[in-house]
Structures are given as C-alpha cells and as structure tokens.
Design a protein around this ligand. Structure first.
Ligand code: ITT
Length: 188
C-alpha cells in the first residue's frame, strides 16, 4: 500500500519510513505544488490542513504529521510554531535555552498529530502521540533533528539526540502516532 506523506520535512520521511520498514506500506512524497498555509490553531487543525492539501493534489491515501515541542514554563511554546521559532534549527534551540535561563520548571513534551485521509477525501483516522520529558541546560547529542538535543526523556539520562534511530522511534511522539495508524490500517 502506498500512502502520500503530507510533508516537506525529509527527517520526518526518514523516521516514518524506518518505523514502517517491516510493514507492507511505503510512504511517498506529495506531488509538486504541496505548500499548504499552516494557519490552524492546534496540531490537529494543522495536520488536517496538510492532509487535505496533499489529498487535493494526489486523490489517494494521505497521512499528515503536525508536530512540535510544548514547554510548560513557556505556556506551551514553541508548540505549533516549533518549525519557525527562529531561523535555523540551532537558533531555535538557542532561543528556547535562553528563554528558560534560570527557570526551574523544565517539563516539556513532544506531540505529533497524524491524520489519515482515504482516496475519497474522508478523514479515516487521527491520533496524537505524546512523549514526555524536560529541557536540559546544555544541548547534547547529534542524532535526530530539530529540538532533539535539548529534550531529555523522562526516566532516562539521555537526550533524544543521544538515542539511536531505532530507540527514538520506539518511544517518540511520532513512533506512537504511527503505531496507532498502522494498527488501524491492519485492522481494516
Ligand atoms: P511539514 O510541515 O512539511 O511536515 P515541518 O518541519 O514544518 O514540516 P511541523 O510544522 O510539523 O513540520 O513542525 C515540526 C517542528 O517541530 C519541526 O520542524 C521540529 O522543529 C519540531 N519537531 C517535531 N518533531 C520533532 C522531533 O521528533 N524531534 C525534534 N524536533 C521535532
């Protein structure tokens, strides 16, 4: 089964394809012209906006992923603005660390909302995966992408960027959401 993945983030494609490596599913990029305006107010709304935009272009099975980092002491920021909190990935990390300077409450979570649309354009399934953790004082690790070097997993002494790809995929927000999607598809 081929599913269009409604994203232009290559890291997401890589992670998602690694998670489904054993399944009879492969993800392909949307046709050219995929550039939706993500003006929703929640991960769920933006996930639906991306899924619909990719469906309009492909009229086939589509899966969208809208994700981000929510930090309690920043009232949930960067949240839905995670991808554009500053210009580069390093500047985004620096901004979060400087906003949390001297702050004791470091609790945070990654969220990933996936929306599955069928070839008729109907929403078949949606699920939000959550991964709990906290923000470290200094970044560590080079694996993964985005905010991984500053996200310390609960009950672990490693940041997300110090995990192997396989380890991250087992417990990440994206891994959890995709597992739910695959379970849904396998039951169908
Ligand atoms: P698409 O909209 O094309 O899918 P994007 O990167 O803009 O690509 P989002 O709007 O969903 O995607 O923003 C997600 C951002 O949240 C991403 O760019 C990272 O900064 C952060 N993020 C999401 N998942 C992450 C993960 O597993 N590890 C680290 N950072 C993550």
């Amino acid at each position: 089964m081929k599913i269009v993945l409604a994203t232009s983030n290559e890291h997401k494609v890589k992670e998602i394809n690694a998670i489904v490596a054993q399944e009879n599913i492969s993800f392909i990029l949307p046709p050219s012209g995929f550039d939706p305006i993500e003006d929703g107010l929640t991960f769920e709304e933006n996930s639906l906006i991306k899924a619909r935009a990719a469906w309009e272009l492909s009229k086939t099975w589509v899966l969208a992923d809208d994700s981000g980092l929510c930090i309690d002491a920043l009232n949930g920021a960067p949240g839905i603005h995670s991808a554009r909190y500053a210009q580069t990935p390093q500047e985004r990390i620096d901004r979060v660390l400087s906003e949390l300077e001297g702050v004791n409450n470091r609790s945070a979570r990654f969220k990933c909302c996936m929306t599955l649309i069928n070839p008729s354009g109907e929403v078949e399934f949606s699920y939000t995966g959550v991964c709990e953790g906290s923000i470290v004082n200094e970044q560590r690790g080079t694996n993964g992408f985005g905010y991984d070097p500053i996200f310390l997993l609960d009950n672990s002494d490693r940041t997300m960027a110090e995990l192997s790809e396989e380890e991250k995929n087992k417990l990440s927000h994206r891994g959890k959401a995709l597992t739910a999607v695959i379970e849904y598809l396998n039951k169908k």
